[in-house]
Design a protein around this ligand. Structure first.
Ligand code: AKG
Ligand code: FE2
Length: 459
C-alpha cells in the first residue's frame, strides 16, 4: 500500500554535500493536517472526517486534544454533523450536480475554481469526470458475470487481508481498511519479499494473482491503453504525451487489492508512491461491490498564492475537492497528471447501500505497471543501505515537479533514518540514466537463456 499519511520532516543543520543535503527543497510540512486527520481516522474509523477535522481545528491542530474531545462520548456534541441523505444506490453524501452547458471543453489544467466556499463538487458522468479531473471512468466495465466472478474470488480472499500498519512515534497506527498485494510470477513474488521496500519494511504477504484477476488484468490492460491514447489526443497540449510519461504500452504486473468493509472504512488523502512505477505513472482501478466516493483534490503549493484569485478564493477552493462516484463494475483510470499534481482518498461514508453479492464490502483492485528499471537492484540506496524512495516536489513552488530520491525514513513517522537526498534525473520518456544498462542486461540474460535451452535440447 502506498504511504497515505505524511509528517513533518526532521530538519538537520550543517553543511552537506549536494547529493546528501539534510534539508532538501521539498515539502517540509508535507500536509501535516492530512497526517493528523489520518491518525484521528485510524483512532475513530466510524466518525465522519468532517467531524474529525472540526475536532482537530477546535483543538488548534493538537491530535491529543482532539482525541480527548472525541473520546468520552465518541462524538463532541457541539460539532456539526453532515446531513443524512437516503439516496438509493449512492453513498449518502453524494448529491447530483449540474455543470454549466459550456463546460465540456474545459481542461482540468485550467485554473478555474469549480468549487466555491469549500464545497465538494460531485461528479457522476464520464464526460464530466474526464473534463474536470485527471481521471477517466468506464462504467459497466466487465460483462456482468465476470464482474461477479472476480468479486466473489476477491471476497474469498478478503478475510485474510490485513490493515497496513505504520509506526508513529513509538506507537503502531493502522490504516482504516484492509488490503493485500498481488504479483503475477513466482520470480516477482520472491523479489518482492526480498528486495522491495515499502515504508521502510518488506512485505511478507505477497500473493500470486488469482485466475479471474489475471483474466481481468488483460482486459484492464487493453482498456487502460485505449484510455491513455484518448486522453493524450483529447486533453493534452498539441495532442502529445506529457513530459516524463512513458511512450510504451502500459502493462499491468502488480496490484494492490483493497477492502472497505462498512461505511466507516476509508483511506486518507495521499498520492501513490512513485518509487516502482516511476514519474507520470498511470493506474487502472477497478471498483467492485458497494459504491463509494473517491475524492480528488489538486495540490496547491504552499508558497503559491496565484491560485487564490487575489484573495477572493480560499485554499480549499483552489484545491477544489471533487467527489467521483464509483459504482460496482467501474474502471477508473488515474492518468499521468494524477500522482504528481493531485491527491486522492476514499471518503468515509454515513450510509451505504448493501451490494447483493458483497454485502457491506467494497473491493478495489489497483492495477499497476512496475518498471524493470526501477527494480531496487538498480535504484539508489540511502546510507541506511535501503533502496531510496522516489518522490516529486509538490508543495514548494520553487522546485515543484522535480523528482528526488531520498531515505524512506524521512517520510515514515517515528522512524530514524539518514538524510540522504538526491535530485532524480529522467529523460523525456521517464527513464532514468541506467535504463539502457537494464535493457542490455535483460537482453543478454534472455540470450543466455536461449543458448542454454538450445544446448539442452541438442544434448
Ligand atoms: O480504493 C480505491 O479506490 C483507492 C485505493 C488507493 O488509493 C490505493 O490503493 O492507493
Ligand atoms: Fe492511492
Amino acid at each position: 500500500m502506498d504511504t497515505f499519511v505524511s509528517r513533518k520532516r526532521r530538519r538537520v543543520s550543517g553543511d552537506q554535500a549536494i547529493i546528501e543535503r539534510a534539508d532538501p527543497p521539498v515539502d517540509d510540512d508535507n500536509d501535516s493536517t492530512d497526517f493528523k486527520l489520518a491518525i484521528l481516522t485510524s483512532l475513530y474509523p466510524s466518525v465522519d472526517q468532517q467531524i474529525l477535522l472540526e475536532a482537530l481545528l477546535s483543538a488548534d491542530g493538537s491530535v491529543e486534544e482532539a482525541s480527548k474531545s472525541l473520546a468520552p462520548s465518541g462524538l463532541p456534541s457541539d460539532l456539526p454533523r453532515p446531513p443524512r441523505k437516503d439516496t438509493i444506490g449512492y453513498q449518502s453524501s453524494l448529491t447530483s450536480f449540474t455543470l454549466p452547458r459550456d463546460s465540456k471543453s474545459i481542461s482540468p489544467n485550467k485554473k478555474r475554481h469549480l468549487t466555491k466556499n469549500g464545497k465538494t463538487l460531485h461528479l457522476f458522468a464520464p464526460e464530466d469526470i474526464e473534463n474536470y479531473t485527471p481521471c477517466s471512468i468506464v462504467h459497466n466495465f466487465l460483462p456482468t458475470t465476470q464482474a461477479d466472478a472476480i468479486l466473489r474470488e476477491l471476497l474469498g480472499e478478503a478475510p485474510s487481508f490485513r490493515k497496513a500498519t505504520f509506526k508513529l512515534f513509538e506507537r503502531e497506527v493502522s490504516s482504516p481498511h484492509t488490503m493485500a498485494f498481488y504479483v503475477d510470477s513466482l520470480e516477482e513474488e520472491q523479489a518482492q519479499k526480498t528486495d522491495y521496500v515499502y515504508n521502510g519494511s518488506r512485505i511478507e504477504d505477497v500473493r500470486r494473482s488469482l485466475p479471474e484477476m489475471r483474466r481481468v488484468a488483460a482486459i484492464v490492460q487493453d482498456a487502460v491503453n485505449k484510455e491513455i491514447q484518448r486522453r493524450i489526443r483529447d486533453h493534452y497540449p498539441d495532442g502529445k504525451k506529457l513530459k516524463y510519461q512513458s511512450p510504451h504500452e502500459w502493462r499491468s504486473n502488480a496490484s494492490f487489492v483493497n477492502c472497505y468493509d462498512g461505511p466507516g472504512e476509508n483511506v486518507g488523502y495521499h498520492s501513490d508512491q512513485l518509487t516502482y512505477i516511476g514519474p507520470r505513472a498511470i493506474i487502472g482501478s477497478l471498483s467492485l461491490g458497494v459504491a463509494r466516493e473517491f475524492r480528488v483534490r489538486r495540490i496547491v503549493a504552499r508558497d503559491d498564492e496565484s491560485h487564490l484569485d487575489g484573495g477572493h478564493a480560499s485554499r480549499a477552493d483552489a484545491e477544489g475537492q471533487i467527489a467521483i462516484h464509483l459504482p460496482h463494475n467501474s474502471l477508473l483510470v488515474m492518468h499521468a497528471e494524477m500522482q504528481e499534481e493531485w491527491k486522492h482518498s476514499i471518503a468515509p461514508s454515513q450510509a451505504i447501500d448493501p451490494h447483493p453479492v458483497a454485502g457491506s464490502k467494497r473491493i478495489n483492485v489497483t492495477y499497476r505497471c512496475y518498471k524493470e528499471h526501477l527494480n531496487p537492484q538498480w535504484t539508489p540506496k540511502c546510507r541506511c543501505n535501503i533502496p531510496a524512495v522516489l518522490r516529486c516536489v509538490q508543495k514548494k513552488k520553487e522546485n515543484r515537479g522535480r523528482y528526488m530520491w531520498m531515505c524512506h525514513a524521512s517520510y515514515t513517522p517515528g522512524q530514524e533514518g539518514c538524510t540522504y537526498f538526491q535530485f532524480a534525473e529522467f529523460d523525456d520518456d521517464g527513464e532514468p540514466p541506467w535504463a539502457k544498462r537494464v535493457k542490455n542486461t535483460a537482453m543478454s540474460m534472455n540470450a543466455d537463456n536461449l543458448v542454454e535451452n538450445v544446448t539442452r535440447e541438442i544434448a
